[in-house]
Design a protein around this ligand. Structure first.
Ligand SMILES: Cc1ncc(COP(=O)(O)O)c(C=O)c1O
Length: 445
């Protein structure tokens, strides 16, 4: 074997076998995993060691927003590594200084101070700490159709079934329903959903609630785009009861929806904002929680009881700064908005052509297709938290055809890197169009 891993000398099969022998794959029984061996990546594509090309239609984990292999970010990381690879969090470094200032510029309203973490879970963990320190209250509201990370606190905030095996989690989490109730039951109005939330706030005792954490556009639980008025209504409820509004923008942030942050679509300023993924486009691990000015002021005299060895890691901060420059130089947020309009049309065409398509949704380049067995009843193609032969066959088809995306329950995602061009988007949708012949066969009426 080569002394370095930069020049691959193993076959795809050897990589898979050795990886499976000595490492654990997440969220899986190990005998069931069948990973794709990946050797290199560029733009919207990645390749196996044998040279099979995949369109990365999920930006890996909805995170490589600028696309793969951007030399500007790679050079910034290399430069930082040569100059100062690490300084402990009690030091002040130039990349840390510049990144804080840049984030203050692009985040909504008067959010102007940031605590840096290694990823999204630590961002949500620290957000709930901040909400608790600031308000002196302890309960946190979250929603059932949500994912906020896999550490003890963040998995307790998480509403989806990944939480179940991790219970009991941290105390004080109160969950509320979302305005969406699944493909067969559909959407509730913003007004009635907000009334339910207010009722729960009153039943729990508003004076006990520190924060309400919510994904601005829900990610892995279905690209759920809130009805107009919902985010504004949550903001009002939080103001009315002195609860901090915590926007989890880990997946929806950094251009994915055609805005720097998804919350901007509704012109709402949250009290705290969590980010990761697109912050560095995953070139290096980095997350952050940002806070409004008056919340940051609280910690002028009071201790911020939180820390991480890799807080404000200089290489992570340098990667983030270079990534943000790429969004700006290449106008990727605008491209996401523009290509999002093309995606909307392509999704609508799928819905017209394929009886198994029950519902499509997208905002910018954040998209999903929900499949059903019946157009009439909208009975899902796979049950909640389950799969079916048809969904598994569709997954296999995408993989054979070189389209990488996540197939989950009765749906699959359309989340390419934001640098995608129209012809590439159309090429991916041609594969999807062919694949849906499989699920169409299962439709009864
Ligand atoms: C909305 C949201 N919050 C938090 C997280 C957790 O981030 P990480 O996996 O970096 O800990 C994720 C990850 O998918 C996410 O989508």
């Amino acid at each position: 074997m080569n002394a370095t891993t930069a020049i691959p000398t193993m076959t795809g099969q050897e990589i898979v076998q050795l990886t499976k022998k000595h490492t654990i794959f997440e969220w899986s029984a190990q005998s069931k995993v069948d990973p794709i061996p990946v050797a290199r990546a560029k733009g919207i594509y990645f390749w196996t060691p044998e040279g099979k090309r995949f369109i990365d239609f999920n930006s890996q984990l909805m995170s490589v927003n600028i696309g793969h292999g951007d030399e500007r970010v790679i050079d910034a990381i290399a430069e930082q590594a040569k100059t100062l690879a690490y300084a402990n969090p009690f030091m002040a470094t130039e990349p840390r200084a510049r990144l804080g200032a840049k984030l203050a510029e692009i985040t909504p309203g008067d959010i102007d101070k940031f605590f840096f973490t290694n990823g999204g879970a630590e961002a949500t963990e620290n957000a709930i700490k901040i909400a608790r320190f600031f308000t002196g209250r302890h309960k946190i509201i979250s929603r059932y159709r949500s994912y906020h990370g896999a550490t003890a606190g963040s998995i307790s905030l998480t509403g989806d079934p990944r939480r179940w095996a991790n219970e009991p989690g941290i105390p004080g989490v109160v969950r509320v329903l979302d305005p969406y109730h699944g493909v067969d039951r559909g959407w509730e109005s913003a007004e009635s959903s907000l009334a339910m939330i207010e009722e729960i706030i009153q039943l729990e005792g508003p004076q006990t609630i520190a924060g309400f954490i919510l994904e601005t556009v829900t990610g892995t639980n279905g690209v759920l785009i809130p009805p107009d008025g919902y985010m504004q209504g949550v903001r009002k409820l939080c103001d009315k009861y002195g609860i901090l509004m915590i926007a989890d923008e880990v997946m929806a942030g950094f251009g994915r929806t055609g805005e720097w942050f998804a919350i901007n679509h509704w012109r709402v300023v949250p009290d705290l904002i969590c980010m990761a993924k697109g912050l560095t486009s995953s070139y290096l691990p980095l997350g952050a929680v940002g806070m409004r000015h008056h919340i940051a002021q609280h910690f002028q005299d009071k201790v911020f009881f939180g820390g991480l060895t890799y807080n404000s890691h200089p290489m992570g901060c340098a990667a983030a700064l270079a990534t943000i420059r790429v969004y700006e130089e290449d106008r990727l947020i605008e491209n996401a908005e523009k290509m999002g309009r093309v995606m909307k049309q392509l999704l609508a065409d799928l819905e017209k052509r394929h009886p198994s398509v029950g519902e499509v949704r997208n905002i910018g380049l954040f998209g999903i297709v929900e499949l059903v067995r019946s157009r009439r009843s909208k009975h899902p193609m796979a049950p909640f938290n389950g799969t079916s032969d048809e969904m598994a066959a569709l997954d296999r088809f995408f993989r054979e055809q070189g389209l990488y995306t996540v197939v989950r329950w009765n749906s699959f995602y359309t989340n390419p890197p934001l640098c995608i061009k129209e012809h590439q988007l159309r090429e991916a949708f041609e594969i999807i169009d062919a694949g849906l012949e499989i699920t169409d066969k299962a439709v009864k009426d």
